[in-house]
Design a protein around this ligand. Sequence first.
Ligand SMILES: *Cc1c(COP(=O)(O)O)cnc(C)c1O
Length: 369
Amino acid sequence: MNPVPVRDDLRSLSGYHSPQVDVPVRLNTNESPVEPPAAWRDALGAELSRVEWHRYPDRGAIALRTGLAELHGVDPAQVFAANGSNEVLQTLLLAYAGPGRTVVTFEPTYQLHAHIARVTGARVVEVERDASFGLDLDAAVAAVERERPTVTFLCSPNNPTGIAEPAEHVRALLDAAREYAGLLVVDEAYAQFAPWSALGLVDDEQPLVVTRTFSKTWSMAAARLGYLVGPRWLVEALEAVALPYHLDAVKQIAGRLALRHLDEMEERVSAVVAERERLSAVLQQLDVDVVPSAANFGLFRPRQLDGRSVWEALLADGVLVRDCSSWPRLDGCLRVTVGTPSENDAFLSAMRSAVPARGSGSHRQAVGS
Ligand SMILES: *Cc1c(COP(=O)(O)O)cnc(C)c1O
């Protein structure tokens, strides 16, 4: 039998891959290196024993959305939650992208923005960042004015570079999008590690959406829970698109209880930021270029060795980082997630063996020579 062909426009798409290798030190997927608080786990266990399993969960996830709304000083009607922020993005793109519409991304950035947009049938315009991965604001605004995308994505801090966008960039792109009724979506999966957030700009008069996740800062990647804060009219539109009861009871409870542990979450964030700065300072002593990061990971490029061989040397020492060296625009780059102090020590010691010190001469051959 012939396999049934997928949609013509999906034939050239491949899925999202992040290899999971079983090694002692896993610094490749930007999760939190530590578990959520024990008190959260206990409270979750207690509430789970009282779930009415034969009933559908609260369809509007009211308690969870109310908690999130209080956290951010908005109305629950401005909050939409889903199974990871990826599903938030998918719901958003189902409602606002699709055939005949355009989505703009600034590359390199989070691959799923373009990927999910294409799955909905939208046309994706990938606008280039400058050579140091920053946004060329004039070019970015000009692209938005020219393409008039229904959705413009800005990831801040950006994955995989770690660079946070300044507020002027968000404001300028928002102004451009508002002119012709387009949406600006700021993906803030890592915003707690950064100096500022676009959340304060959200209101019903602005075509602005900010997405967040429990996967990174909240140590809850296994729960698959994310949300957005945006105008009420947008949240209403998403509710029409989302499947009924898409957020299960377990997740709603897990998220609601997590919000009681804000202080611990913030302590974990501070610890990660301190470790990020330590990693960056040590990496600066090695023969690698380091991109300044406002997230819980960092991008670096060995200056003389090729990225893949450094990735392999780290793996041989039991340390898994993300190999971005063959990705478009990221030639030779590796991305490391900030781990626990001892995981970071293991990474640094593997790096010291794999890469020469900065300025230590050219006993190794330069790439391409
Ligand atoms: C990890 C990540 C997400 C996905 O988060 P989930 O909530 O786990 O789906 C979204 N955006 C960016 C930029 C990320 O790095």
